[in-house]
Design a protein around this ligand. Sequence first.
Ligand SMILES: [Zn+2]
Length: 176
Amino acid sequence: MKAHNKPNEKSDAKQEGIQHTMARLGEVLKNKWKNELMHGEYIRNIDRQLISEENTFFWLSKGDLKAETETEIVVAQDQAIQTKYYATKILNTETDSKCRLCQQFDETKDHIISACLILAKEQYIKRHDKVCAQLHFNICKETGVQLDKKHWYEHVPKSVETSQGGNVTVLWNQEV
Ligand SMILES: [Zn+2]
């Protein structure tokens, strides 16, 4: 029995050593990332619990996006996109960091995504409705509603949808 245990113990110890090294390397890389002036903002916000660490990386674990799309999202998360704030603070190619739409706040990635008063009037509503359209599409599929389109992104919800059997009614944008 002892002879069988020894190789396993060695292999367990080796495995632990590898995991320890990987964790230490991960910590070093995380600190390097965190200390970057702009790229680090994202990881600092995770540490401040302004962003959920679990949810924000969840999409990466699925691996169902094209490499180019994945790259663009990561670049945007790291603020390495051509915002005026980036051009002012990092590239030094601009002197005014204010948003080119509202001209009130710094044009950062966060501002563009969720805080611009001009984009809020139409673009944020469109984005919200597109997310809801996917939910509506899935609910219709689950409940047996006949759909015109094959893909959720082509789906335009109707105010009232009824399942084929007639026992489920799905409402869109209506008071209940
Ligand atoms: Zn703005």
